[in-house]
Design a binder for this molecule. Structure first.
Ligand code: BJ8
Length: 424
C-alpha cells in the first residue's frame, strides 16, 4: 500500500493498532483469493481496491471533504444512497466484518451482541478504520434491537441520524417509509447545505440503478454451468460495491462481465461442471468476512448465489426512473426499498418466495442458511426458511457463526458432510 500515514494521523487514527490490521490483511487475502486458480483478469481491479483498502478510497473521500463535500456512513441496504448523492454528498457502507474490531465493540456492548454490530462500534471507537473516522454523519436505522441501541452509544462519539424503518409491508407502512425518506432529504439538505432538485435526484437514481444493473449482470453469469467466477470473488465484488465510487464500480464490474460472458461462450469455468451449486442465505457478510464461502469453495462446491444484503437483496429491483417530480420520485424510492425482504419484517414471506425462486434461477443443489451469532432475526427466521426448503425438497443446513476462526474446522466438517449428502 502507498504511504497514507499522514492522512491516517490527520484522521485521528490509532496508527499502532491500525498497523496490526494492515499487517494481517494481505496474507489473509492472498490465502483466500489469490490462491484460487483461473481467476478472471477483471478481478485485478478488485484486488487493487482491497490492497489499497484504507488508502485510495479514503483519500478520495477526504478530498471530497476538502472541497466542501460531506460523507455519510450507512449500515443497511434500506438507506437510499440516491438521496445522499443527489445532494452532492457521498454515501459509504460502514458495516464491520472483521474479528479485529470485535473486542473494541465489547468494551461498550454486551458480549452477546452480533459480531457485525460489535465490529462496527469497535472500528469507530478503536480508531482503526479510516472510513469510520471520515464520515461526517452515520445513518442508522431501526432494524434490529442491537443496532437501535448501538446508535445511541455511537451518537456519543459521532452524529448519528436514525431512519425509522417500518416492520410490516402494508400500504400505510410504504407511506410511512415515504415520509421517512422525505425527512431524510431534509436532513441531508441541512447537513450538505445543498437543495435536492428533481433533476439531481433523477440523475442519481440512474447512477445507483446502473450499479445495480452491473451487479445483476454479474450474478446472471453465475447462473451458468460451469460457473465462470467463484462465489468468493462475487462476494468480494458485492462487498466493494458498498463503498466504491458507484460509476467506477459499475464500469469495472461491466468490464469483468464481458470477460465472464466470453468464458461462458467458451464453456469455461472455475469449478468442474459437476461441482455442487450452493446458495448461501441469511445475515450479511461484511468485508472481510469470507469464512463460509472459503470453506465451501475449498471443499469442492461453488457458491452460486447469496440471498443476503451482501447479495441479491442489495441490488434486485430497480428504482422507477420515469417520475419527474420530487414527490413521485420519493414514492418510487419508497416502493423499491420496501421490496427488500429483511428478517426484521413480519411477516417476511417475500424472503421465502425469493429463496425458492433463486433456487430455480441458479439451479441450486443445496442451501446453507447462515446467521451471525446472536442475530435473533435471521436465526429465528431460519426455522421458516428451512421448513419451506424441506417442503420443496431442497437440502438445507443451518450454520450459526461469528467472525472468529475458532469454529473454522468444525464448520468445514459439517459442510463436507452436507456436500457428501448432496451426492454429486
Ligand atoms: S436489511 S440484514 S443490512 S438490517 S446487525 S440484523 S446481522 S443482529 S445487518 Fe441488516 Fe439492513 Fe436487514 Fe440487511 Fe442481524 Fe446483526 Fe442486526 Fe444485522
Amino acid at each position: 500500500m502507498a504511504d497514507y500515514r499522514q492522512m491516517w494521523t490527520d484522521l485521528g487514527m490509532d496508527l499502532e493498532k491500525h498497523d496490526l490490521l494492515c499487517e494481517a490483511l494481505p496474507d489473509a487475502f492472498a490465502g483466500v483469493f489469490l490462491a484460487q486458480e483461473n481467476r478472471p483478469e477483471g478481478m485485478d481491479y478488485f484486488n487493487f481496491v482491497v490492497a489499497e483498502i484504507h488508502g485510495v478510497r479514503p483519500a478520495e473521500l477526504v478530498e471530497h471533504q476538502k472541497n466542501g463535500g460531506k460523507v455519510f456512513g450507512t449500515f443497511c441496504v434500506y438507506v437510499p444512497d440516491e438521496v445522499v448523492f443527489a445532494a452532492g454528498g457521498i454515501a459509504t457502507g460502514l458495516c464491520g466484518g472483521s474479528q479485529f474490531w470485535v473486542p473494541g465493540g465489547e468494551k461498550v456492548l454486551p458480549a452477546n451482541t452480533c459480531p457485525l454490530i460489535k465490529a462496527s462500534v469497535g472500528a469507530r471507537l478503536d480508531k482503526t478504520c479510516p472510513f469510520f473516522r471520515i464520515a461526517d454523519m452515520f445513518i442508522g436505522e431501526t432494524t434490529c434491537d442491537g443496532k437501535k441501541k448501538a446508535w445511541e452509544i455511537l451518537n456519543q462519539d459521532v452524529p448519528v441520524y436514525v431512519m425509522d424503518l417500518p416492520q410490516m409491508k402494508r400500504e400505510k407502512d410504504i407511506a410511512a417509509w415515504e415520509d421517512e425518506i422525505r425527512l431524510f432529504i431534509q436532513k441531508i439538505e441541512a447537513v450538505t447545505g445543498n437543495k435536492i432538485t428533481p433533476q439531481a435526484l433523477a440523475d442519481n437514481i440512474k447512477l445507483i440503478n446502473a450499479k445495480r444493473k452491473a451487479l445483476i449482470r454479474l450474478y446472471n453469469t453465475r447462473k451458468n454451468t460451469p460457473v465462470p467466477i467463484s462465489g468468493k470473488d462475487a462476494l468480494l465484488i458485492t462487498q466493494i460495491a458498498f463503498y466504491d465510487d458507484p460509476a467506477r464500480f459499475a464500469a469495472q464490474t461491466n468490464a469483468l462481465c464481458e470477460e465472464l460472458e466470453q468464458r461462458i461462450a467458451r464453456g469455461e469455468g472455475v469449478f468442474p461442471a459437476d461441482a455442487p451449486r450452493i446458495m448461501v442465505t441469511g445475515s450479511p457478510m461484511a468485508i472481510p468476512n469470507w469464512k463460509l464461502h472459503h470453506i465451501v469453495e475449498t471443499s469442492g462446491a461453488a457458491v452460486v448465489v447469496e440471498e443476503s444484503c451482501t447479495g441479491v437483496r442489495y441490488f434486485e429491483n430497480l428504482v422507477d426512473e420515469s417520475p419527474s417530480t420530487l414527490e413521485e420520485q420519493v414514492r418510487a424510492l419508497a416502493e423499491r426499498y420496501m421490496k427488500i425482504n429483511c428478517a426484521c419484517f413480519t411477516p417476511n414471506t417475500g424472503r421465502i418466495d425469493d429463496i425458492l425462486r433463486l433456487v430455480k434461477e441458479y439451479r441450486v443443489d443445496g442451501v446453507i442458511d447462515c446467521s451471525l451469532q446472536f442475530c435473533e432475526l435471521y436465526s429465528t427466521e431460519g426455522y421458516l426458511v428451512q421448513q419451506a426448503l424441506k417442503e420443496a425438497g431442497i437440502p438445507v443446513m443451518h450454520i450459526e457463526t461469528d467472525y472468529s476462526e475458532q469454529d473454522f474446522e468444525q464448520i468445514r466438517t459439517r459442510v463436507e458432510a452436507f456436500l457428501e449428502m448432496l451426492g454429486k
